[in-house]
Every structure is written in structure tokens, then in C-alpha cells.
Design a protein around this ligand. Structure first.
Ligand code: SAM
Ligand code: GPP
Ligand code: MG
Length: 291
């Protein structure tokens, strides 16, 4: 019997592109660590990244017990917001009619800060439906939901037209994806001359290979930390020319030293402290022009 050829049909399959992305979506759907929620409750900016800058001891020294802890938590949060501020500083001048893209937006703290600073629209993507709901609820509460939106989707295949974004970034979210695929997608959505910024933890090729502390961080977060060399190579291969490369390792150590003394430790503090101190891991900001 002869089989007639079936016409090709195109099917849209909802959900994660890979089983790994499904794992990561579940991870962030279920994440509710007090270190993130208590810090976010300080002023309603919910971050999933770490902090930079000198600790202001006077913010909590001289206080006792619960009051001291509350003030110490506010200090940790101030350092995390300072990190996002530094990233936004490197976006350059942004027009009010611009569109910005936050790839791996988490609960949206950086998006809110970007909108408040520039007055422009900010689109974010996350694999986690819970995080996107959280970010969109915060945007509604702040009455900025016409300009700040989180979408549940893959940062390697974003639902944005080509060449329309003035700037885009990854704030501690690039260790979940292949860097060549990532920068190809940023190069697609950015206008020529647009700016890309990342703050990331990367292993240091000068150390040789990922240290046991780096491997511990990977296991803790189910991520895959790349080397500094991989970032620069993948950028160069995808039309990105670095304008600034800043080693933020010395600037993030005080955050980790303070966090290790807090009531909100999660068990990963020593891995960060040891890997930063032995030179196997670096906290890096890279700002690049899309040519
Ligand atoms: C450590 S959190 C960082 C969140 C945010 N950038 C911040 O600074 O608060 C990592 C984020 O990356 C997102 N992510 C990981 N892989 C992704 C992918 N392939 N597509 C979209 N988002 C992804 C996660 O859903 C999560 O929101
Ligand atoms: C620098 C590196 C390697 C980051 C990995 C990505 C990551 C999980 C960032 C912090 O998220 P979080 O704020 O949810 O983590 P925590 O609960 O530890 O504060
Ligand atoms: Mg955190």
C-alpha cells in the first residue's frame, strides 16, 4: 500500500526548550529563600544577585538583637541595589522612548530601577512563571505596568523584534545558557550601536580550570559558570566589542563577609569567599557595544 505524504504542519510547543530549562524553571518557581525575600521587603525591590561596595558599619553597629539584624539586612540590600545601579550606569544615556531588555529578570528589581532611572520601557524574560507573576504584580503595585513587563520565555529565543532594543543586559543569569547562543540573540534584538552589559561570576583561566569551590556553586544553583575567556570569545564572535571590563571581585568581598555574619546564610557563603580569595573565581562587569 502506498502512503500519501502528509502536508508539513507547524506546531508551537509551549514550555521549556530543553529538559534542563524545565529544571531551572522549577528551581526558580520554588525558590523562597529568606535572604532574598527579607532583603526585598526592605523597599520592594526584589533582587536575585549579590552586592558590591564598602559596608557601612555605622548602619547597624551599636544596635542589638533583632534591631541590629534588621539594620544589617537593610545594609545587605543596599549593596545589592548598588550592584544594579552600577550595571545601569554602564548602559549609557537612555532615551525615554527606548526599549530595554533584561534577560533573566528574576523578580524584576533591576527592571523597576531601570524604569525609575530612565523613564523608558523595560521588557524582562525569565523561565519561571512564578517570578514573572511576581515581577508583573510589583509593576502593577507601582503603577508602572504599562512600561515594565516580565515574560515567561527563553532568553535564547526572545519574543522581541530584531534591532529594536537600545540596550540589554544579563545580571547574574548568563551561567544558565550557552554564551554563543546568548550573544547571538542579544545581537539580534539590539539596534546597531546598542549597549549590552553583564555582571557575572566567571572562573578565572589564569587559575587553570574551575576550582572545587566553583563546582560547588554550580551544583548549588544547577548552573554552569563560564570562564572569562569564554565571555570575551563569544562576544567577539557575535559583534560585541567590549568598552569596559571591570573586576568587581574586591568590591563584592565585603558583601560576602557581611552576609556570612548574618542570620540569613544559605550555606554557599564559604564557596564564594574561598573562590574569590584564591583567585579561581571573579565577579566581572562587561559592557560592550553591538556593532
Ligand atoms: C540568579 S537569577 C537573576 C535574576 C535577575 N537578573 C536579578 O538580578 O535579580 C537568574 C535568572 O535567570 C533566569 N534564566 C535562566 N535561564 C534562562 C533562560 N534560558 N531564559 C530565560 N531566563 C533564564 C531564571 O529564570 C532567573 O530569573
Ligand atoms: C555569581 C553567580 C555564580 C551567580 C549564580 C546565579 C545566582 C543564583 C545568583 C543569585 O541568586 P539569589 O540571589 O537567588 O541567590 P542567594 O539565595 O544565594 O542570595
Ligand atoms: Mg540573593
Amino acid at each position: 500500500m502506498t502512503q500519501t505524504a502528509q502536508p508539513a504542519i507547524s506546531v508551537t510547543i509551549p514550555g521549556p526548550a530543553t529538559p534542563y530549562q524545565g529544571d531551572i524553571a522549577r528551581y526558580w518557581d520554588h525558590e523562597a529563600r529568606p535572604v532574598n525575600l527579607r532583603l526585598g521587603d526592605v523597599d520592594g525591590l526584589y533582587h536575585h544577585h549579590y552586592g558590591i561596595g564598602a559596608v557601612d558599619d555605622s548602619a547597624f553597629a551599636g544596635f542589638q538583637g533583632g534591631e541590629r539584624e534588621t539594620k544589617l539586612i537593610a545594609e545587605l540590600h543596599r549593596l545589592e541595589s548598588a550592584q544594579a545601579d552600577l550595571l545601569l550606569d554602564h548602559l549609557g544615556p537612555i532615551r525615554r522612548d527606548a526599549r530595554l531588555v533584561d534577560a533573566g529578570c528574576g523578580r524584576g528589581g533591576s527592571m523597576v530601577m531601570a524604569h525609575h532611572r530612565f523613564g523608558c520601557s523595560v521588557e524582562g524574560v525569565t523561565l519561571s512563571a512564578k517570578q514573572a507573576e511576581f515581577a508583573n504584580r510589583r509593576a502593577r503595585e507601582l503603577d508602572i505596568d504599562a512600561s515594565v513587563r516580565a515574560h515567561v520565555c527563553n532568553m535564547l529565543d526572545m519574543p522581541f523584534a530584531s534591532g529594536q532594543a537600545q540596550a540589554s543586559w544579563n545580571n547574574e543569569s548568563s551561567m544558565y545558557v550557552d554564551l554563543h547562543d546568548l550573544f547571538a540573540e542579544h545581537a539580534r534584538i539590539l539596534a546597531p550601536g546598542g549597549r549590552y552589559v553583564t555582571i557575572t561570576g566567571c572562573w578565572n583561566p589564569v587559575y587553570g580550570q574551575p576550582s572545587k569551590w566553583v563546582s560547588q556553586i554550580n551544583a548549588h544553583f544547577e548552573c554552569n559558570i563560564h570562564s572569562r575567556r569564554e565571555y570575551l570569545r563569544a562576544m567577539a564572535d557575535n559583534r560585541f566589542v567590549p568598552q569596559a571590563i571591570i573586576d568587581l571581585t574586591p568590591a563584592t568581598l565585603p558583601y560576602w563577609e557581611l552576609r556570612a555574619t548574618s542570620s540569613l546564610t544559605t550555606g554557599i557563603e564559604d564557596a564564594f569567599l574561598n573562590s574569590y580569595r584564591n583567585g579561581s573565581f571573579q565577579y566581572l562587569l562587561i559592557a560592550a557595544d553591538r556593532i
